[in-house]
Write a protein of this length. Structure first.
Lengths: 77, 377
């Protein structure tokens, strides 16, 4: 199964890309785990996850071509 | 006569059939509080004053600096060193003498926030730090005030409207980010940089949302977070839902709010770390037993010149704690003194060394110190 990832703000600084696909993940827990293995710096970051443009607060099952956005808070003004 | 001039000034928006005299009168009766007269606050204030919001409050404790002028468009060179709230009020009064401007030349904090905010109908968050953002959001939840949120990072901005719309579905900042991030996670404008037009765009969107909330026209951005990307000119909107976890962290009463230390929540390590001023740093440099460490990422500017130092980015520090001899003093610095607090904490944890100091204000403060003390040739 293929899932689209979108990274924003400082998350994109860490991943060094804004948009890519990952495979073989069934749910958002697996996504987080996979991303944090690839990018250990993410472990210490606060960010929220939106699946298909809806912010999630618990684990969500993914479907083929789901879009998962990683959104950190910005503090600047 | 007075009415006629009022209507003349606002004629272009009154012409809009969705707007009309009714919406104009709502604006003139409204009281809006803008927190922070910086990159976001400046355009927001200008457009709200221009639109004829009858009472505008400005909270800001800071003074104008030359590096503000790149994006804080209410200020000029002659304002440098003057309080932002006061200067902004003068400019806005000159611009629209028909409205009332109130200024609070103070830092918004637990003991004054509820009192200041309770006088207004709508609050706008144009602050530049997490303690204030959580403080304002929690206060607005307690007081049931609509809050127009905006924030920026480099080329990206976020906008949302909190505590507005149907009672049950109302969301706030903690529904997106339940708890305060730690200081090493997130950089502010001093640390990360920002393109000047970006707060202009985001601040103008905040003014626009405020006008919609007051007049009831259109659809406010409640329960949604909009992210704008200036590099691609892209908009990404996600839906926000009330979540249980955010409730756990919300102060439930005014008493609980007053006993919450927002600075501490966001800067948990700060209390433990010794800070030194740039003057003290200069004195320490005369002694020979000093180890200076730059914890910024590779390539961050300006460089520290003429002082020997180590470079260990914060995210690699834990695995690379330098060897520190007992008689040494260690000074850590970053761009503005936020990440280095965390760094000093990490070094202390690893070494239990007594003399670890954070350079207050970081290299920005040090460069200023050098400029101030430069002897003319």
């Amino acid at each position: 199964m293929e899932v689209n990832i979108l990274a924003f703000g400082q998350i994109a600084d860490i991943t060094a890309k804004r948009e890519w696909q990952i495979h073989d993940v069934r749910n958002t827990i697996e996504i987080r785990k996979k991303l944090e293995e690839e990018f250990p710096l993410l472990r210490s970051m606060s960010y929220m996850i939106a699946v298909n443009k809806k912010i999630i607060s618990e684990d969500v099952q993914l479907e083929e071509h789901s879009t998962v956005a990683l959104l950190p808070p910005f503090s600047g003004g | 006569m007075e009415n006629k001039s009022k209507y003349h000034r606002y004629q272009r928006q009154i012409l809009l059939k969705e707007f009309g005299v009714v919406a104009q009168e709502k604006l003139l009766k409204a009281k809006v509080l803008v927190i922070g007269a910086g990159g976001l606050g400046c355009p927001t204030l200008q457009y709200l004053a221009a639109a004829g919001v009858g009472t505008i409050g400005i909270v800001d404790f800071d003074v104008v600096e030359i590096s503000n002028l790149q994006r804080q468009i209410l200020f000029s060179v002659e304002d440098i060193g003057k309080p932002k709230a006061k200067v902004a009020a003068e400019k806005l009064k000159a611009f629209n003498p028909e409205i009332l401007i109130q200024t609070f030349n103070t830092k918004l904090q637990g003991d004054n926030a509820l009192k200041i905010i309770s006088d207004y109908d709508v609050v706008i968050d144009g602050s530049d730090n997490f303690p204030t953002r959580y403080l304002v959001s929690d206060a607005c939840v307690l007081l049931n005030k609509p809050l127009v949120y905006g924030s920026v990072f480099r080329f990206e901005g976020q906008v949302s409207v909190f505590n507005f719309g149907e009672d049950k579905a109302r969301t706030n900042y903690r529904d997106m980010f339940p708890v305060t991030p730690s200081p090493d996670e997130v950089q502010d404008c001093n640390e990360a940089g920002v393109i000047g037009t970006l707060p202009g765009i985001i601040g103008t969107m905040q003014a626009n949302e405020t006008i919609k909330i007051i007049t009831g026209i259109g659809k406010a951005l409640s329960n949604k977070l909009l992210t704008y990307g200036a590099l691609e000119n892209s908009f990404y909107e996600v839906e926000v839902f009330p979540r249980e976890k955010s409730n756990l962290h919300l102060p439930k009463s005014k008493e609980e709010f007053l006993s919450t230390n927002y600075e501490w929540l966001c800067n948990r390590d700060a209390a433990e770390v010794k800070e030194i001023s740039t003057e003290e740093f200069e004195r320490m440099l005369d002694e020979n037993n000093i180890l200076v460490i730059d914890v910024r990422n590779d390539g961050e500017l300006p460089e520290l010149i003429d002082i020997s130092h180590l470079k260990i980015p914060l995210h690699r520090l834990k695995e690379n704690i330098p060897l520190i001899e007992e008689h040494m003093k260690v000074v850590v610095f970053c761009q503005s003194g936020i990440r280095s607090v965390k760094a000093a904490g990490l070094i202390f944890e690893a070494t239990q060394h007594e003399n670890i100091f954070n350079l207050k204000g970081g290299i920005i403060a040090w460069k200023k110190h050098q400029d101030r003390n430069m002897v003319p040739a």
